[in-house]
Design a protein around this ligand. Structure first.
Ligand SMILES: N[C@@H](CCC(=O)N[C@@H](CS)C(=O)NCC(=O)O)C(=O)O
Length: 239
């Protein structure tokens, strides 16, 4: 089994995956790559992973990934990047257990929730992580106000209906990381977020979520190294 350790500048480019084989270029703690890992796990797709050191990217990675970001998929000499694009591609090439909605209106609804997420929530999440202490109360309020749009969008057990689907997987990685905001006083209360807190409990029970899960301690350790400017991509792995 190939090492999970992140590959950096100077490492040899791994030989291309064999015919019909799927490869994911990833970073173990990347929420965007986790979106794709959740799709892969939910659909039961076999794949191999190459983890990349994003602070010291190998040239061969930059040749494959013009944006220099993970996730990236490679199959039969073809490259696909951007998490949402990767995920739709996976449902396209492995139509079994399709998790992307086929109904155009439902698909539009899911994309609109993601647009709300991008516009009203995600920026504040990163600002809270990196912002100054005196900015945090205002940022925390903006973050939680934004999350109310997402709370209101959840009207069934899962965002995708009675079963988890594309929107659940595309949102989950940041909910798994909410633990990182707890030390700075930002938490989802059951009374203000009854739907989202119940959904988080349901998500944590799913095998695909468990497969791709990191504990709050691991996220905290990675977050600390990331904020110190020297991300430890290999936390918990053997030398
Ligand atoms: N819009 C991209 C965002 C992916 C992204 O930002 N990935 C981060 C890691 S979490 C990355 O690769 N960063 C490397 C860089 O920006 O240089 C997607 O949805 O895939």
């Amino acid at each position: 089994m190939p090492s999970e350790r992140a590959m950096k500048t100077g490492s040899a480019c791994p030989p291309p995956p064999g015919p019909g084989k799927l490869r994911l270029y990833s970073m173990r703690f990347c929420p965007y790559a986790q979106r794709t890992r959740l799709f892969l796990a939910a659909k039961g797709i076999q794949f191999e992973t190459i983890n990349v050191n994003l602070k010291d990217k190998p040239d061969w990675f930059l040749e494959k990934a013009p944006l220099g970001k993970v996730p990236v998929l490679e199959k039969d000499g073809k490259i696909v990047y951007e998490s949402l694009v990767c995920n739709e591609y996976l449902d396209g090439i492995y139509p079994d257990k399709c998790v992307t909605p086929s109904d155009p209106l439902e698909k539009a609804r899911q994309s609109m929730v993601l647009a709300l997420w991008d516009a009203k929530v995600i920026g504040f999440y990163y600002k809270l992580m990196t912002g100054k202490e005196d900015e945090r109360p205002a940022l925390g309020k903006q973050f939680l106000d934004g999350l109310q749009f997402i709370e209101k969008a959840l009207t069934q057990p899962f965002f995708s209906g009675n079963k988890a689907g594309a929107l659940d997987y595309n949102l989950w990685p940041w909910f798994e990381r909410l633990c990182m905001l707890k030390p700075i006083g930002v938490e989802l209360s059951v009374d203000k977020f009854p739907q989202l807190t119940a959904w988080m409990e349901r998500m944590l029970q799913l095998p695909e979520v468990k497969t791709c899960y990191f504990s709050p301690e691991a996220h905290a350790q990675f977050g600390k190294s990331w904020m110190a400017g020297s991300p430890d991509y290999d936390i918990g792995l053997e030398e």
